[in-house]
Ligand binder design. Structure first.
Ligand SMILES: [Zn+2]
Length: 134
């Protein structure tokens, strides 16, 4: 797999499945109005959007782990809860993330990327044993 050749949706789904234990399924979220457009509806759980009159049945959209820091932070918490140390460092041109397993003598998985969410995703995939090319 090549990270740079994947769409954000593919990246999000990969991280959701391999790191967060998510599985593709029909979404059971409530349907409500879109925050801005009155022509459309939005799922209140996964943010999937459609127009009024469309079938509201939809596949659950995974969290946007590779795009938004508030989604990527769920990954940081996931590893923290599982007793890993997570270091997120910033440098002028990149973010550097290290996920360390103290129980394994501090075995570490590191990744760098231009965005913090991507660096977190890449380090998390490595920690799960998923090999991915930049
Ligand atoms: Zn949904």
């Amino acid at each position: 797999m090549k990270w740079s050749a994947m769409t954000p949706e593919q990246r999000n789904a990969l991280v959701a499945e391999k790191v967060m234990g998510w599985t593709p399924k029909e979404c059971n979220g409530e349907i409500g109005e879109q925050p801005i457009s009155p022509d459309g509806w939005a799922c209140q759980k996964c943010q999937y959007r459609g127009y009024w009159g469309d079938d509201t049945t939809h596949a659950e959209v995974p969290m946007r782990y590779s795009e938004h820091i508030y989604c990527a932070w769920q990954i940081v918490e996931h590893f923290r809860i599982h007793r890993f140390d997570v270091h997120v460092g910033s440098a002028p041109l990149q973010y550097d993330v290290a996920i360390l397993n103290r129980r394994m003598g501090g075995k570490g998985y590191t990744a760098s990327a231009e965005s913090a969410p991507e660096a977190i995703c890449l380090a998390a995939l490595k920690a799960q044993g998923i090999e991915i090319e930049p």
